[in-house]
Design a binder for this molecule. Structure first.
Ligand code: ADP
Ligand code: MG
Length: 246
């Protein structure tokens, strides 16, 4: 199932790349034609004109290179190492790391981490990467400052990590395109951040969901499956401490 899912997203990615590559290629084509015309007519091709054409060619080549490098990064199989443990520390570390930059943007960070959490199978590095992507997006959505809540709790047989912002929010149309590779509304966005988050959560046998309201804010939630052994231990209320690891 996972392989077919990868293949499907690979097809979407390839279509995205093909689309992205078209614009730089068209620009290069036009400027090469302009150069050729100037040569053929053997008229005065000024140095500054020639330089302008060459600059465009160079810029577009650089853009093509970025597209290819980003693509390779996004489709590369994730080298995940899932280990059973407490996610609490991982989440706190990301928050501590982001705190300074959030404060500089007049964003108040609130951590709401449940005191008892089951252990889950996760890759520390990948979860940090996913959370940072969500926090960066939240920060971009709160230009004039706001509140960012990072919460961790158990929801039945799932462990949920939510990132809630009080930012610009999104309309239905934007929400439906969020996880598509290369979908971005930012001038210098890659549109690959949430694609990566999606991929990371699939790698964990989990999922990512979103709720948002235009003008009010957005909640992204990472859902991790709780291993059956941990789930059972938690149900036997008295033994909760047994699953708590510092
Ligand atoms: P990028 O950040 O490069 O644009 P992403 O995949 O991270 O790419 O996000 C895609 C788009 O989803 C963003 O351009 C933005 O329009 C929208 N988005 C993501 N997170 C949020 C958020 N927290 N609030 C509002 N819009 C968001
Ligand atoms: Mg992003």
């Amino acid at each position: 199932l996972r392989r077919s899912e990868n293949l499907a997203s690979m097809t979407t990615m390839a279509a995205g790349v093909a689309h992205e590559i078209k614009n730089p290629l068209a620009a290069m084509d036009i400027h090469l034609q302009l150069l050729r015309k100037a040569f053929v007519r053997n008229t005065s091709l000024t140095v500054s004109d020639a330089e302008r054409y060459l600059d465009v060619l160079e810029e577009e080549i650089a853009r093509l290179n970025t597209i290819v490098v980003d693509f390779l990064f996004a489709v590369r199989p994730l080298d995940s190492r899932l280990r059973l443990g407490q996610i609490r520390g991982t989440v706190s570390e990301v928050c501590a790391f982001a705190k300074v930059e959030l404060a500089a943007h007049k964003i108040v960070l609130r951590e709401e981490i449940a005191s008892y959490l089951p252990r889950i199978n996760f890759d520390d590095h990948l979860v940090k990467q996913a959370l940072l992507n969500l926090i960066k997006n939240a920060m971009a959505a709160m230009e004039g400052g706001g509140t960012l809540i990072v919460s961790v709790r158990q929801d039945g047989n799932e462990l949920s990590v939510s990132v809630t912002d009080s930012g610009v929010g999104m309309d239905e149309q934007t929400i439906s395109k969020l996880f598509e590779p290369y979908f971005t509304t930012k001038a210098s966005g890659t549109g690959l951040g949430l694609t990566m988050v999606y991929k990371i959560m699939k790698e964990h046998g989990g999922d990512v969901t979103v709720t948002s309201k235009k003008g009010e804010g957005t909640v992204f939630t990472l859902h991790f499956p709780v291993p059956e052994s941990e789930y059972i231990a938690l149900e036997e209320g008295g033994q909760r401490e047994a699953t708590y690891e510092t």
